[in-house]
Structure formats: structure tokens, C-alpha cells
Write a protein that binds this ligand. Structure first.
Ligand code: SF4
Length: 284
């Protein structure tokens, strides 16, 4: 039985008091405990940013990669052992800025793992520059006259790339987010969650109570999660901000289509009869 207490790493997060990353960390631990997933069989993979410190604060296997590069190692870990539970996580700068190419290709491949973007619409760690999800006109340190660009819409990007599970959560609603992450981990295929994560230091114009006022739950409005057009329409809403599952379908996953890893992960295969000398020679 996996408990939340068991998932505490013993390292205290050094996020600003009130940062939305606290809620995401609690929800992630809660989801793993709810699903009774063994910490030893779980890998949390991140990039660089405030929220990307998360592998330090959760007692699972973990990997903190380069900026924008949570998804390549997550893909490699999943392909090496597709029996593991892999959760990739990183900020909006990480996933929608420098890592956008990885984001799109990971969505279209339907790999069987979860990707969470901690979306606070700012580069927090580097002290407050506009990111790819910062809304047009917002004044930040790097945009003193207001952001001149239209933002990227992460759920819309995931839907257009072919993701089979697309959702949005809010770090200020931990029970709802815990359930969403549990659904994402349980989904067979790529599961993407865009998570609203208030940055209380650099986005004081986006406080918790504004999210609370604007957010509504898709499941309370009879949204059909199998309807891609309806999901796109919800993802494009700007006046109200939908949270919950936008889209969810079953589709063959990547590894089902690769015969030599379909049943037995690479990490579990018997390689005692393989002569690796000729491969090693190539690099000498
Ligand atoms: Fe959180 Fe923003 Fe502080 Fe970073 S700068 S820890 S994102 S509140």
C-alpha cells in the first residue's frame, strides 16, 4: 500500500510561500497513493524551472533534465521499460518555449505516460520574463510595454498534435487535480494536463481568486470527452476557463506497434547471448 507519507522525500521545497507548485506536488503524491503505485516503479522526470525541482521532493525514482528537455528522457525511460509509471513535468517556458518541438512529437506518438505543464504564464526561476503562454498585452520584466505576441494554448496544441488524453487542472483545487492526475496516469496512451499554477511572485495579476472566479468544471456541464470538436471549442474559451478532461479516446499506443518491446520491456530482455563487442568497436 503506497501512502502519501511514504512519498515524502524529506527535502523541503524552497518555492515562494503560496506558489502553485505546492498544490501540484500534493496532488501528484495523492494520485500515486490513490492508485497504489509503487514508488520504485515510478519515475518523475523534469526539465528546468521552479517547478522542475519536483523530483527532489517526491520519493520516487527521478530525473531532472535540461531546460525544455523533460520529454526526451521521459520517452527514453518509457521505451526502456514500459512497465514503469512515468510522469514528465515542467513549466510553460520549459514545455511551450524551448521544448515545444518535443511537446508536439510526444503528443503525436501516443507514448504511454503522463505529461504535466505547470502553467503560470511566466518564467519564474529567471525572475519574471514573458513566456510562450503569457497573454498578449501583459507587462512583465521582458515586456515593459506589454507582450506583443499571442500566446500558445497548450490544450489546443495537444489536441491538434493527436494526444489521446487532454485535460486542464488548477493547483488551487487539489482534490480535483489529484483525480485528474490519477485519471491521466491510468489512461493507456499519452496523457497531457495543462495545470494552472499561480506564480505569486511574478504574476500578481493572476491570483488564486481570479482562477477561482474564472474556472469551471467540464464534468459539471455535460461535456462529451469523446468529441474532438467539442474539446477544441472548450480549449478555445477565454471568458471562462474550463478545467477537467477535454478529450479522451482509446488508440493503439506506440509500444504496442513495436514487436520486440510489445510484451517484454528492453530492460527485462535477456541479452546474455548478444555479442556487444561489435557495437562497442564502432565507438572505439
Ligand atoms: Fe513559484 Fe513563482 Fe516563486 Fe517560482 S517565482 S517559486 S513559480 S511563486
Amino acid at each position: 500500500m503506497t501512502t502519501v507519507a511514504e512519498l515524502n522525500s524529506g527535502h523541503m521545497p524552497q518555492w515562494c510561500p503560496g506558489c502553485g507548485d505546492f498544490g501540484i506536488l500534493i496532488a501528484l503524491k495523492g494520485a500515486l497513493a490513490k492508485l497504489n503505485i509503487s514508488p520504485e516503479e515510478t519515475v518523475v522526470v523534469s526539465g528546468v524551472g521552479c517547478g522542475s525541482k519536483i523530483p527532489h521532493f517526491i520519493k520516487t525514482c527521478g530525473f531532472e533534465g535540461l531546460h525544455g528537455r523533460s520529454l526526451p528522457p521521459a520517452t527514453g525511460i518509457h521505451l526502456a521499460n514500459n512497465k514503469l509509471t512515468v510522469v514528465a513535468i515542467g513549466g510553460d517556458g520549459d514545455g511551450c518555449g524551448i521544448g515545444l518541438g518535443h511537446f508536439m512529437h510526444t503528443m503525436r506518438r501516443n507514448l504511454d505516460f503522463t505529461y504535466i505543464i505547470q502553467d503560470n504564464e511566466i518564467y519564474g526561476l529567471t525572475v519574471g520574463q514573458a513566456s510562450a503562454t503569457t497573454k498578449k498585452g501583459v507587462i512583465t520584466k521582458s515586456t515593459p510595454h506589454g507582450t506583443p505576441e499571442d500566446p500558445i494554448n497548450p490544450p489546443l496544441m495537444a489536441l491538434s498534435a493527436g494526444a489521446t488524453f487532454v485535460a486542464r487542472g488548477f493547483a488551487g483545487d487539489i482534490p480535483h487535480l489529484t483525480d485528474l492526475i490519477a485519471q491521466a496516469i491510468s489512461h493507456r496512451g499519452i496523457a497531457f494536463i495543462d495545470c494552472f499554477q499561480p506564480c505569486v511572485t511574478w504574476r500578481k495579476d493572476l491570483p488564486y481568486d481570479l482562477y477561482q472566479k474564472k474556472c469551471y468544471k467540464l464534468e459539471k456541464e455535460g461535456h462529451d470527452t469523446s468529441n474532438w470538436d467539442a474539446a477544441v471549442a472548450r480549449a478555445r474559451e477565454t471568458e471562462r476557463w474550463p478545467i477537467g478532461v477535454f478529450y479522451k479516446i482509446d488508440k493503439p499506443i506506440y509500444t504496442d506497434q513495436i514487436p520486440f518491446i510489445k510484451d517484454t520491456p528492453i530492460a527485462k530482455q535477456d541479452i546474455s547471448n548478444v555479442n556487444i563487442d561489435k557495437f562497442v568497436e564502432e565507438f572505439l
